[in-house]
Design a binder for this molecule. Structure first.
Ligand code: AMP
Ligand code: GLY
Length: 428
């Protein structure tokens, strides 16, 4: 049995822990959350600063005979955990700090895509508010304004007119909105089409890509309201299966080649967010790790043993892995604190019908949640609090089941979108 250390605190890390457990491994999660802690060992780290926590993580690795580290969250990758652990000969799945820039700097990612002819929205970059505002004279609205650095999925503003664009530019470059992450910005053309997500397991040179999933980023039904970290997802996105070859040849193969050529090969899981319009593809963003909530639908559908995939990444033969998928549909609905992604109140009790934990077609994942150790009662403690994933033979069945069962989770302060996956059915 292998001991696996997973880094991160969300539902994605819970899904990873369950997947490693299924592969007969013992998962440990740093820092995890109180929901994950009900099932697996978690470790709290005192330091608030990610890089300061690396030595504590190394201590945990030694004390628990960890065989493999899997970095779930971009925060650790951005801080250089892979460089740190590799120097200490600890096997770790994830990109180096230099390779993680594909997510941690949008300017870096856009420039690399342009240099190597990878299709993406037209753009300009700015560090001067005046120059950025002057540039607005040349663009058509809506226009997309992005903070260069990490902003928890919220650093993108779609400005419908000049006035909104001016406010967004000023707030970002002044640092008022996203701090240092917004000091440099990208202004790019607004793309229309259908958005899908796909992951590639990469060993620095080769890759194998997953089926497509669709995230639902906006807070409210019909894609209204502000962008969030993700309100739910489903997979597979059946209608796009014929595009898989194109995604591999136009996106993943050239970006991996580019990163190798530039001297920072990508190892780990590369996430591509794509806009598809009449069969043509454009990259909206790359992430240097698995997407959340997409992981919560893709991992339950994946038949392969996850340790085989990790070994192939580390031993550089991922091209020999053939990914296999259950012939099912998965739907994930996220319960968030009312008010999220803006301010929200914490500390409301959550009651979950115990039957939900014994249902083979349903998985519960925990994220921003706290448990009272005396009463074992759970309370909301973050924006995205918990989620359910349902697996059924058809998409409508999976959706109906998820929405029937989610009613068995009761709390005065949680809400969820009511239309996850439904657009796909209307499109079909
Ligand atoms: P990102 O953080 O780059 O993934 O952007 C967050 C979300 O904003 C994406 O998932 C899209 O829904 C939207 N978005 C980003 N860039 C564009 C674009 N160029 N055109 C249209 N929508 C975009
Ligand atoms: N679901 C998109 C992300 O994880 O950033």
């Amino acid at each position: 049995m292998k001991n696996i250390l997973i880094l991160g605190s969300g539902a994605r890390e819970h899904a990873l822990a369950k997947k490693f457990h299924q592969a007969k491994c013992k998962p440990f999660v740093v820092p995890g959350n109180d929901g994950i802690k009900r099932e697996f060992d978690t470790f709290t780290i005192e330091s608030q600063d990610i890089t300061d926590s690396f030595l504590d993580i190394y201590e945990i690795i030694q004390e628990n005979n960890i065989d493999l580290v899997f970095a779930g969250s971009e925060q650790y990758l951005a801080g250089g955990i892979v460089d740190f652990l590799s120097d200490l000969d600890v096997p770790v799945v994830g990109p180096t700090k230099a390779a993680a820039r594909i997510e941690t700097s949008k300017v870096f990612a856009k420039n690399l895509m342009t240099k190597y002819g990878i299709p993406t929205a037209k753009y300009q970059t700015f560090t001067s508010t005046k120059e950025a505002i002057d540039y607005l004279d040349q663009v058509e609205f809506p226009i997309v304004i992005k903070a260069d650095g990490l902003a928890a999925g919220k650093g993108v503003i779609i400005a419908k007119d000049r006035q909104e664009a001016v406010v967004a530019i000023s707030d970002m470059i002044s640092g008022a909105r996203f701090g240092l992450a917004g000091k440099e910005i990208v202004i790019e053309e607004f793309l229309v089409g259908k958005e899908v997500s796909v992951f590639a397991f990469c060993d620095g040179e080769h890759f194998v890509s997953t089926i497509f999933a669709e995230d639902h980023k906006q807070a409210f039904d019909e894609d209204l309201g502000p962008n969030t970290g993700g309100m739910g997802a489903y997979a597979p996105v059946g209608s796009f299966a014929p595009l898989k070859q194109k995604v591999d040849t136009q996106i993943f193969a050239p970006i991996l080649q580019a990163m190798k050529t530039e001297g920072y090969p990508f190892t780990g899981v590369l996430f591509a967010g794509l806009m598809i319009n009449k069969g043509s593809l454009k990259v909206i963003e790359f992430n240097c790790r698995m997407g959340d909530p997409e992981t919560q639908v893709l991992l339950p559908l994946l038949k392969n043993n996850i340790t085989d995939i990790c070994s192939a990444i580390i031993n550089k033969h991922i091209d020999c892995v053939h990914l296999q998928w259950k012939p099912k549909y998965a739907v994930n609905v996220v319960l968030v604190s009312k008010g999220y992604p803006d301010s929200y109140e914490k500390g409301y009790p959550i009651e979950i019908d115990p039957a939900l934990f014994n249902d083979e077609d349903l998985i519960i994942y925990f994220a921003g949640i706290k448990e009272d150790p005396e009463t074992n009662m759970l309370y909301n403690n973050g924006g995205r609090v918990m989620s359910i994933t349902c697996l059924k033979d058809t998409l409508p069945e999976a959706i109906n089941y998820a929405y029937k069962k989610i009613r068995l989770i009761k709390s005065g302060n949680l809400r969820y979108r009511g239309d996850i996956g439904r657009r796909q059915i209307l499109d079909a």
